[in-house]
Write a protein that binds this ligand. Structure first.
Ligand SMILES: Nc1ncnc2c1ncn2[C@@H]1O[C@H](COP(=O)(O)OP(=O)(O)OP(=O)(O)O)[C@@H](O)[C@H]1O
Ligand SMILES: CC(C)(CO)[C@@H](O)C(=O)[O-]
Ligand code: BAL
Length: 278
């Protein structure tokens, strides 16, 4: 596995791969890798002949400076984990200046989504995501790019931008990977104390109970109120807890159209998200 930090070096390799008719797959990440990320790498099996994993903690998608400062980092350990898979050709880990040289002033904005869910809760977040993902897709020349359903709204926005900008890439959705107690794997889970980690299991449990109530035809308002109360009793601050019809949200081209339950909630300053189909 090559570790590349320079865009020029990556461009050279990608040009060579295109000449050799290789099919390139990319897994964009912010590092602090876990099994969810490795599942994205494995999801490219049989679809591509070359794999690039990118690691870049993208400053412009953080609306909270502390969250950016405290975001878990550790490229050496990440590199070892990726090398151990035997599947990754390149780890691309550019620095901030490489991605945003002086004078950088462009933003990719997928309109209509800013006001809801994580877009409403983290102003500017998705412009930052859309901008960096567009750059990463162009830089890697990827034929296929894998994204997790844990970040469901992000996945839908990226599908939209790839279609709207005619990027010749397949966006591959990958189901959420969970711990045994149901908690979605997430880099930020590393920051949870032992006590918070125990409390965190309430998040998927409360969502599952809420879905059970909805499927048993309980009206949504009391089911959502009960879910919120359970989360608050477990120590969460709930940022949003909402049912959304994918078709209502410009979340078009969703993998499975329908209604989903979306949540963002924090334990202390650690913000977790999850979503499940109804
Ligand atoms: N549990 C998971 N299951 C499936 N995909 C995941 C999971 N966790 C992360 N991913 C996907 O991995 C990619 C990179 O995500 P990222 O590096 O931000 O990790 P993360 O675990 O989501 O971290 P955090 O949410 O704490 O920022 C995204 O496409 C994301 O959806
Ligand atoms: C897609 C992404 C790598 C863009 O920085 C990030 O938002 C993430 O890790 O989900
Ligand atoms: N996985 C989402 C990236 C973020 O929280 O900024």
């Amino acid at each position: 596995m090559h570790i590349i930090t320079s865009r020029a070096e990556l461009a050279q390799l990608v040009t060579q791969w295109h000449k050799e008719n290789e099919r390139i797959g990319v897994v964009p990440t912010m590092g602090a890798l876990h099994n969810g990320h490795l599942t994205l790498v494995n999801a490219l099996d049989g679809k591509v002949s070359r794999r690039i994993v990118t690691i870049f903690v993208n400053p412009i998608q953080f609306n909270n400076a502390e969250d950016f400062r405290l975001y878990p980092r550790g490229v050496d350990k990440d590199a070892a984990l990726l090398a151990d898979t035997g599947k990754v050709d390149v780890l691309y880990a550019p620095n901030e200046n490489e991605m945003y040289p002086q004078g950088f002033s462009t933003r990719v904005l997928v309109s209509g989504l800013d006001g809801m869910l994580c877009g409403g809760d983290r102003p500017g977040h998705f412009d930052g995501v859309a901008t960096i993902v567009t750059k990463l897709l162009l830089q890697t020349g990827a034929d296929v790019a894998a994204f997790g359903e844990k970040d469901y709204q992000q996945l839908c926005i990226i599908r939209r931008l790839a279609a709207d900008l005619n990027l010749p890439v397949e966006i591959l959705p990958v189901p959420t990977v969970r711990e045994a107690d149901g908690l979605a794997l997430s880099s930020r889970n590393r920051r949870l104390t032992t006590e918070q980690r125990t409390q965190a299991a309430t998040l998927p449990a409360a969502l599952t109970a809420c879905l059970g109530a909805l499927r048993a035809h309980q009206p949504a308002p009391p089911a959502l109120a009960q879910c919120r109360a359970t989360l608050e009793q477990a120590g969460f601050t709930v940022h949003y807890l909402e049912l959304r019809a994918e078709s209502d949200l410009h979340l078009t081209q969703a993998a499975t159209p329908g209604t989903r339950l979306f949540v963002a909630a924090s334990l202390g300053d650690i913000r977790l998200i999850d979503n499940m189909p109804v």
